[in-house]
Design a protein. Structure first.
Length: 638
């Protein structure tokens, strides 16, 4: 279905709704909660001091904050978060803002575009999380540019993303794969290489989407094409970088090193530029400039004579001239390093940043395309004439806070729109999965993928007993559903939040985790997941003595896998309300994380009010994997 340019304006309005919803949620929490609770939730960090200051790329001032007593911070801030810094007990009208570039248990490093005011070096401070407008602003910029593409090849690209012009394909190219590929993988690579505009790679869980993307990258570089690898999240971009490096490609990661996995930081543009001669000279010039600015401040504060003001003005003028010259040298260093790269990896929000704003590529690979908001994903079409979208529309989409924006379509990905506009001719689905036992695969394949998945012979019969010490006895068929119906394990709301928990289920899941570990399963091979953050916290509290055991929400665990996965479904009520679980993509993620054993706990009296969950429980019964909590005793066969 084609749309007109008003589509971009409509997306802009939805983005504004989402921006407003994010701001309002943060403002509501700050207004309603005491400081102690705000600190507990990680929205505010209290009583920290500046402990180190240094100069980063572009003359940014990097300040590290910590508590004087070295106690752990109760912070849940992440790299990339926007924050303000102000005196602990003397609020200021316009506190300086910066970006978190490193977050550990004891320290926060924050980058400031301008040198922060003197109070940052004086006494105790508070750090406040604020709404991040940069991503929204850049997404709005993408929409504006697309709406203005009205002539020549630019108009063709505009019409393509509006669904008014069909994607074009060349004759399928002959190529020699650099690695073994199954028939569907080979077909997906071939389609991508023949695409002039756009092609889709649909990768269900465990089907080797990464293998396909790596092969596309290799073949593009062989053809002499300049390649952009992008995604919405830093983790996904890091994964693309690893794929390219493992394939022997010259790849550079654009983004602050603190946002990149430690073992990949040496491939970031910032660190590569640091060793360039021009950057070394620029750093010395920045140091001299900041000394001059410090001198100027002293002149202004030591008196009001004409001579002091004249000295201050001259020092500032010299400092700003030095900084301008230093930035010219930095740009030369950046150009030299970027010029060596065959592949550039960056998040979607970085595509319009100063490093990439004026750069173009021959092909863009957009991974996790079904988890990116459409306005951000459209940015890839401004960077390259050919875009390969990879993802799985049957797994979770991007998070949208505004219910109104979600209802009007902001949660629909560009991948889904392109597929709806042009059909399966522009898509190839991968079908052979290398993760799950065939019995684990059977239900999601039938329910979500039209029964088209098949298990590779190497995994189809894998069971949990094969990775346990010889002689260990534990009731662990591939799929096991533990039914709590009638036990009185009712759901409840966590005080002060909208999140739900279920103490009875938490106890069962905690006991099951200990049973499996006692049988010899390594904690690193086990994960506990649940739809609700409150339930994850409750279960985590029971297992604090096992720090290597992961306990998290389903959403946070998307893209991961473990030998065994314990799933707490939480919902248990008289109205058969399933809440979050109405989104079947969430359940699809949950039941496709396990390689050998899935242990799901839930209340059938509540869950069977929804046909999907009724069929799930029926599948467990068919596989002799149904147990009642009335008869269940962890550590003993049922």
């Amino acid at each position: 279905m084609s749309r007109d340019v008003q589509h971009f304006e409509a997306l802009g309005r939805l983005l504004e709704l989402e921006r407003r919803a994010e701001r309002e949620r943060l403002a509501t929490e700050k207004a309603a909660l005491p400081l102690a609770e705000l600190e507990a939730r990680g929205i505010v960090v209290l009583d920290v001091e500046s402990v180190e200051e240094r100069i980063g790329l572009g003359g940014r001032t990097l300040v590290t904050f910590a508590r004087e007593d070295k106690r752990w911070l109760r912070s849940k801030l992440h790299t990339g978060d926007v924050v303000t810094v102000s005196p602990r007990k003397a609020p200021v009208d316009a506190p300086p803002s910066g970006i978190v570039t490193r977050a550990t248990r004891q320290q926060l490093e924050i980058a400031f575009d301008r040198h922060p005011p003197p109070f940052v070096d004086e006494g105790r401070l508070r750090i406040d999380l604020v709404a991040n407008d940069v991503t929204f602003d850049r997404a709005r910029g993408v929409l504006k540019k697309l709406s203005e593409m009205t002539h020549g090849l630019a108009r063709d690209r505009q019409q393509l993303v509006l669904g008014a012009m069909a994607p074009r394909f060349e004759k399928r190219p002959a190529f020699t794969p650099s690695r073994p590929l199954n028939p569907e993988q080979l077909d997906a690579v071939s389609l991508a290489l023949s695409a002039r505009d756009v092609a889709l790679v649909h990768g269900p869980p465990g089907t080797g989407k990464s293998t396909v993307l790596a092969e596309i990258a290799v073949q593009c570089v062989k053809r002499g094409q300049r390649l952009l690898c992008t995604a919405a999240s830093n983790a996904a971009v890091d994964h693309l970088l690893e794929l390219c490096l493992d394939a022997g490609l010259e790849a550079i990661r654009v983004g602050h090193p603190a946002r990149v996995l430690p073992h990949l930081q040496q491939h970031t543009l910032d660190l590569l530029v640091e060793d360039h001669d021009d950057r070394i000279t620029a750093r010395e010039m920045f140091d001299e400039a900041f000394e001059l600015l410090g001198y100027a401040r002293k002149q202004q504060t030591q008196g009001r004579s004409r001579t002091r003001f004249s000295n201050a003005r001259a020092a500032k003028s010299d400092a700003y001239a030095l900084m301008d010259d230093a930035r010219v040298l930095e740009r030369k260093a950046v150009e030299a390093v970027m010029g060596r790269a065959q592949v550039v990896c960056a998040t979607l929000s970085m595509l319009d940043g100063h490093v990439l704003a004026n750069r173009s590529f021959d092909v863009a690979l957009l991974d996790e395309a079904t988890q990116a908001l459409e306005p951000l994903a459209l940015g890839a079409f401004l960077k390259a004439p050919t875009v390969i979208l990879a993802g799985d529309p049957k797994q979770l989409a991007a998070t949208v806070i505004s219910m109104e924006a979600k209802k009007q379509g902001l949660g629909t990905s560009l991948f889904e729109r392109v597929l709806k506009d042009f059909g399966d001719d522009v898509k190839r689905m991968l079908k052979e999965q290398h993760r799950m036992n065939e019995k684990l695969m059977r239900f999601p394949s039938r329910e979500m993928y039209s029964g088209e998945l098949r298990a590779h012979p190497s995994v189809e019969g894998r069971v949990l007993s094969a990775v346990l010490p010889s002689g260990a006895v534990v009731d662990a068929p591939p799929m096991l559903f533990l039914d709590t119906a009638g036990k009185g394990f009712d759901e409840s709301r966590e005080p002060g939040t909208e999140s739900l928990r279920n103490e009875g289920e938490a106890g069962l899941v905690g006991a099951r985790a200990r049973e499996l570990m006692a049988a010899g399963l390594a904690p690193e091979d086990l994960a506990v997941i649940t739809p609700y953050a409150a339930q994850a916290s409750l279960i985590r509290e029971q297992l604090t003595d096992v720090p290597t055991l992961e306990v998290d929400t389903i959403d946070a665990f998307q893209g991961r896998e473990k030998e065994a996965v314990l799933l707490s479904l939480v919902r248990s009520n008289g109205e058969q309300q399933v809440g979050f679980l109405e989104d079947l993509r969430r359940m699809n993620v949950a039941i496709t994380r396990a390689k050998r054993h899935l242990f799901a706990v839930g209340d059938s009296a509540t869950l069977t009010g929804h046909a999907f969950y009724a069929r799930f429980i029926e599948e467990a019964q068919t596989q002799q994997g149904y147990r009642s909590a009335w008869e269940w005793s962890p550590g003993e066969p049922s």
